[in-house]
Design a protein around this ligand. Sequence first.
Ligand SMILES: Cc1ncc(C[n+]2csc(CCOP(=O)(O)OP(=O)(O)O)c2C)c(N)n1
Ligand SMILES: [Mg+2]
Length: 333
Amino acid sequence: MTPTDGLTREHGHELLLDMLRIRRMEERCAELYQKTKIRGFLHLYIGEEAVAVGAMRALTPDDAVVATYREHGHALIRGVSAEKIMAEMYGKQEGCSRGRGGSMHLYDAPTRFYGGNAIVGGGIPLAVGMALADKMQGRERVSACFFGDGAAAEGEFHESMNLAALWHLPVLFCCENNLYGMGTGIERAQSETRLALRAASYRMSAWDVDGMDVLAVEEATRRAAEAVRSGGGPHFLEFRTYRFRAHSMFDPELYRSKEEVAAWKERDPIELFRQRLRDAELLTDDEDAGLEALASDEVERAVAFAEAGTWEPVEDLERFVLSEPAPQREVAS
Ligand SMILES: Cc1ncc(C[n+]2csc(CCOP(=O)(O)OP(=O)(O)O)c2C)c(N)n1
Ligand SMILES: [Mg+2]
C-alpha cells in the first residue's frame, strides 16, 4: 500500500468522492437496467474504480483519453457530466452521443474523451494515431488508452505497441487486467499473463501496479505520463484489478467461484481507501456521510435529467448516416 504520508485531507476526499461517484452511478444503472429504462448492453466497472480515478488525475485537460465499453467511470472522471452520461444510457438526445451510442459509446470531444469502443482493442490504434498526430505537429501531450487484459491478445494490440515504440510516440497504455475476458480466465487464454512483461518486449517502459490502491495508481500514472509528455516515448501500465459484477448484464458468472469474488471484495478499493483515510485521521463520520450525499445527489440529478430528456424525432433517423445518393437507374419500360 502506498503510504498516506503527505496526502492532504482535500486530496483524499476528492479521490474517495470520485470513486463513490462511479460506484453510486453504476449501482443506479444496474437498477435502471432491471426496470428497462436502460437497454442494450451494460458493462459495469464496479470494483475497478481506483484505476480510472487515480489515472485520470495524472492527466491534463489537453491530453486525450480513449477507453472501452466499460467506460462509464472514465467518462465521468474525465469530466463528462453525470447528466449527459445518464441521458446517453437512456438513449435520449441530450446524451453525450446524442443518444445514438448508449452505454458502450460515450463520447465527448470538449473533454477530449474519444470513446467508448465496443470492439475489444479497437481504441488502441486510435490512441496511437492521435499520438502520431501530436508528435508530427509538435504538441506535448499524452494520448492515454484504457483497455482490458483480453485486448492484449488481439493483433491490433501488438501492431499498435510495435509502432508506438518504433516511432517513439506519446502514448500511455493503461491495461486494466481484471483477470477475465468475458468468461475466460487470463491463464486459459494467454501464454504470458504478466502483461507488463509482454509490453516490455516492445522496448518500452512497463510496470505493474496495484489497481485496488488509488494512491498507487495515481503515483504510477503521474510518473508514466510525465515521462511520456517529456518525450520519453510510450509507457505501459498494467493495473491489477477485478470486476465485482458480472461481465455484462447477461452473464450468469459460472466461470469463477464465489470464494474468489469474495476474496477480491476484501480489497474493495473504496473500503480500503476509506479505512486508510480514517486511520490517518483524514476522514470523520460526518465528512464521509457528506461525500456519500454528494455522490447520491449527483446520481439522482442525472436520473431526473435523463427521465426529462427527449427522444430523437423520427425525421432525424437519417441524420449523421453516411450514404451515397441512390444511383439513378434507367427503368426499361
Ligand atoms: C474484436 C472483438 N472480439 C470479441 C468481442 C466480444 N467481447 C466483448 S467483451 C470481451 C472480453 C474482453 O475482455 P477484456 O479486454 O479483458 O475487458 P473486460 O471486459 O475484462 O474489461 C469480448 C471477447 C468484441 N467485442 N470485439
Ligand atoms: Mg478483462
